[in-house]
Design a protein around this ligand. Structure first.
Ligand SMILES: NC(=O)c1ccc[n+]([C@@H]2O[C@H](COP(=O)([O-])OP(=O)(O)OC[C@H]3O[C@@H](n4cnc5c(N)ncnc54)[C@H](OP(=O)(O)O)[C@@H]3O)[C@@H](O)[C@H]2O)c1
Length: 267
């Protein structure tokens, strides 16, 4: 039985990971911004990535006094905003939660794993950590930053038994699109068509991958004992990442432009 920490365990991918870990008999520490009802199977802790005080309190919590086998940095939110009109405050909030807070927890987890000379440290980025989509540019930038940091950390842990892993899901059917998004600068006169098409297509989330499918990849990666850095998860994620790797930039941009902007100015 392993003891695993999952940030953002109340919904979506995090909840599916928590459910699978419990079903497999593991002990789970999970976080939420809100008070959760105590349960025999889950040790709940409060964590708000948008609050530095909350992140520091979490990092000083007694939960770190008992050995932890794996940490899955999953919590985060998305900012939908045209690059040119997002407010500086919204951009900074996006980076504070998705990048800076996650890296503070990463450093805390590394100190823990160095003490015990082992552990699996994972982060949930996105296929958007390796490519960018219109109106998700700042969100994608936080995921690119996490990808770079975890890739560097992977090298820095080669002389230890600590495993560093990145999970890259594609579009997943969670409450991310309905509750997990903030918007900024959407009143820009230049992007009304694109933003309204995006809103419609995000409501059609039925084609997205169920979070339980992503959870299977996460839990398997937690216990596979491999030094593999990246894992794609969910429908189309593997093929999109492969296309990004093998196609010339201009071809890939035409493909994304056609899919996301209905071909507008993309060819
Ligand atoms: N859904 C997708 O299509 C998709 C694709 C690729 C990557 N991802 C990534 O997957 C991760 C989880 O997303 P999801 O789709 O499962 O979203 P979700 O259904 O909205 O769940 C988000 C979870 O994170 C917690 N959370 C949200 N904002 C937080 C904050 N500021 N501080 C602390 N906790 C916070 C929520 O907990 P409380 O509300 O209880 O605090 C909830 O448990 C995110 O990092 C996201 O970027 C999602």
């Amino acid at each position: 039985m392993a003891r695993i920490l999952v940030t953002g365990g109340t919904a979506g991918i995090g909840q599916a990971v928590v459910d699978q870990l419990i079903a497999e008999g593991h002990s789970v520490i999970a976080t939420s911004r809100h008070q959760q009802t105590a349960s025999a199977q889950i040790e709940w802790h409060q964590l708000d990535l948008s609050s530095r005080a909350s992140v520091h309190q979490f990092c000083q919590s007694t939960l770190w006094d008992t050995p932890i086998d794996g940490v899955f940095n999953n919590a985060g939110f998305g900012l939908i905003a045209p690059i040119e009109s997002a407010s500086e405050e919204a951009i900074r909030e996006q980076f504070e939660a998705n990048y800076f807070a996650t890296m503070t927890i990463t450093q805390r987890a590394m100190a823990h794993f160095r003490t015990y000379q082992q552990g699996v440290l994972m982060v949930n980025t996105s296929i958007g950590g390796r490519m960018a989509f219109p109106y998700f540019g700042y969100y994608n930038a936080t995921k690119h930053a996490l990808e770079a940091s975890y890739e560097a950390l992977w090298y820095e842990c080669l002389d230890s038994a600590i495993q560093i892993k990145i999970i890259e899901p594609g579009f997943t059917q969670t409450q991310f699109a309905t509750h997990g998004m903030q918007t900024s600068g959407e009143q820009s006169p230049y992007h009304q068509d694109g933003l309204s098409w995006l809103a419609t297509s995000m409501k059609e989330g039925q084609t997205a991958t169920p979070p339980s499918e992503v959870a299977k990849v996460v839990v398997s990666a937690l216990f596979d004992q491999r030094r593999q850095l990246r894992y794609h998860a969910g429908k189309h994620s593997g093929s999109l990442l492969l296309l990004r790797k093998i196609l010339p930039d201009s071809w890939f941009q035409t493909l994304v432009g056609k899919a996301v902007l209905r071909g507008k100015k993309a060819s």
